[in-house]
Write a protein that binds this ligand. Structure first.
Ligand code: FAD
Length: 330
């Protein structure tokens, strides 16, 4: 019966949203192929989260849990996943392109000796039932359509926030299959001595619905306060261009772009950002892009859905004020 599988990453006791997004698309693929839709969950005490994946279409959830999986390590997770895949032989295996998802999918594809399409923005099947994906290349300049050959499992990672969240049917529960995988120190190959969270516990940029980003036009670290205020009234988070990060105004974890994070929020507001190709590579798939820039020739306006040609130090506080007023009325 093979199966279409989704790796359901767990972080801080919750399933990552991207796993639900992928399940939505994978459900259609499983139906087309006439194969079951399954999920794999790895962690410490994660079993309780597994039945809930049924609401998004998973029929069966393979759960691998134990102390060895309390924190993500490439070695332990790869061993656990690959042992299970070799045993069950799914035809398709999909991951969220989160930091750990990218790491695990790459190592697993190497271990299994199969190909991997990374950071995909569309997933589906070709006429023969093989995995067919769309993915950006050359910093988003072109999109490639990739069709897999017969070799199984056909593997891809999917960019968070691009597929949309399917409707949940809470009445459906998935069957939970507990899998016992033994991993030893040799499999792990390292010891995690500490874990330092960056970004002060704010929503991860890659999962944020709204991002207000600042660039060199912000002119100093202290001025990001006006972006923090706008982000707060909108319920979003603050990002930055590399110029702002290199200037030391924002931490590297805030950087959006080719050498930073790839984000795909519903709303991306670029303030004082020119729109270099390397920045666009990180935010080009945002659903709605607003640019605030005093230079009408700035390349960001070619990508933006809405543009304001003016001084951001006037526009941003005025926007914040308007949103506050609207919220007070509702
Ligand atoms: C290999 C490589 C990887 C890279 N990776 C990344 C990456 O991941 N992310 C990234 O962002 N960049 C990346 N870069 C850098 C990229 O090429 C640009 O240099 C950078 O994005 C520029 O940042 P910026 O738009 O903030 O600054 P600038 O290009 O200097 O633009 C500042 C903008 O602010 C506007 N402005 C100034 N004052 C105001 C004001 N008062 N009101 C309104 N507008 C104002 C100006 O008109 C200008 O358009 C990378 C480069 C290389 C070579």
């Amino acid at each position: 019966m093979a199966g279409v599988w989704v790796y359901a990453e767990v972080k801080d006791g919750a399933v990552k949203k991207v796993a639900y997004e992928i399940l939505g698309a994978a459900k259609k693929m499983a139906e087309q192929k006439g194969e079951p839709l399954c999920a794999v969950m790895i962690g410490k005490d994660v079993e309780g989260l597994a039945p809930g994946l049924g609401a998004y279409g998973a029929e069966k959830v393979y759960v691998i849990q134990g102390d060895s999986f309390a924190r993500y390590t490439t070695g332990a997770f790869t061993k656990a996943l690959c042992d299970l895949v070799k045993q069950e032989q799914p035809s398709i295996l999909l991951f969220g392109a989160s930091i750990n998802g990218k790491d695990l999918s790459a190592r697993a594809s190497g271990r299994l000796g199969v190909g991997l399409a990374t950071d995909c923005t569309e997933i589906g099947l070709d006429e023969a039932g093989n995995l067919k994906v769309k993915r950006p290349m050359f910093a988003g300049k072109v999109y490639a359509e990739v069709v897999f050959s017969d070799r199984k499992p056909q593997m891809a990672s999917v960019r968070p926030n691009v597929l949309g969240l399917p409707e949940a049917d809470e009445s459906r529960k998935a069957e939970v299959v507990k899998v016992d995988v033994q991993v030893g120190p040799d499999d792990i190959g390292l010891e995690v001595v500490d874990f330092v969270e960056v970004g002060g516990g704010k929503i991860d940029l890659t999962e944020a619905e709204i991002i207000v980003s600042g660039g060199r036009g912000m002119k100093g670290a202290e001025n990001f306060k006006i972006l923090e205020e706008l982000a707060e009234v909108l319920g979003g988070v603050v990002g930055a261009s590399r110029a702002a990060v290199d200037a030391g105004w924002r931490p590297q974890s805030d950087q959006v772009g080719q050498s930073g994070k790839v984000v795909s929020p519903n709303l991306y507001i670029a303030c004082g950002i020119s729109g270099a190709i390397q920045h666009l590579a990180g935010m080009g798939t945002s659903k709605v892009i607003v640019a605030i820039n005093k230079d009408p020739e700035a390349p960001i306006f070619k990508k933006a859905d809405y543009g304001v040609v003016d001084d951001l130090f006037k526009v941003v506080p005025a926007l914040t004020e308007e949103v506050r007023k609207l919220k007070a009325q509702s």
